[in-house]
Design a protein. Structure first.
Length: 124
């Protein structure tokens, strides 16, 4: 599987938001799936692109009292889930299913991060 992740500022994501989703202003994450449409089966190994606004992520992290890294992890998971076909905007049931999967995956990332940090800590 292949995926690209792009980090941008609010002005860049606002342009993408307007151009492709016809929504004004910045947003936190936008996904561009490559497995949809007329040529979606051309390269099935390519999931697509996830674009994250670091500025919006930082604001949201502050509002949620969490680190920017943790917020970006969440947004990346959210974007990847969209590439895999999850869509919280279709129905409450879809939103719940996406939230559950997002929670599951971010817990795994948190555990892996803690394990990695513990293994890299230099003993006294």
């Amino acid at each position: 599987m292949e995926l690209s992740v792009v980090f941008v500022d609010d002005s860049e994501i606002a342009l993408l938001n307007q151009q492709y989703l016809h929504r004004s202003g910045p947003t936190n994450v936008i996904s561009f799936p490559m497995r949809e449409g007329e040529f979606g089966n051309l390269h099935p190994e390519i999931l697509g692109d996830v674009v994250i606004s670091v500025e919006t992520a930082a604001r949201e992290a502050e509002e949620l009292s969490q680190s920017v890294e943790k917020r970006i992890d969440f947004l990346l998971v959210h974007g990847i889930l969209h590439l895999l076909g999850y869509d919280h905007e279709k129905s409450e049931e879809n939103a719940r299913r996406m939230d559950d999967k997002s929670d599951e995956l971010t817990k795994i990332i948190d555990q892996s991060t803690r394990t990695l940090e513990d293994s890299l800590t230099c003993p006294d």
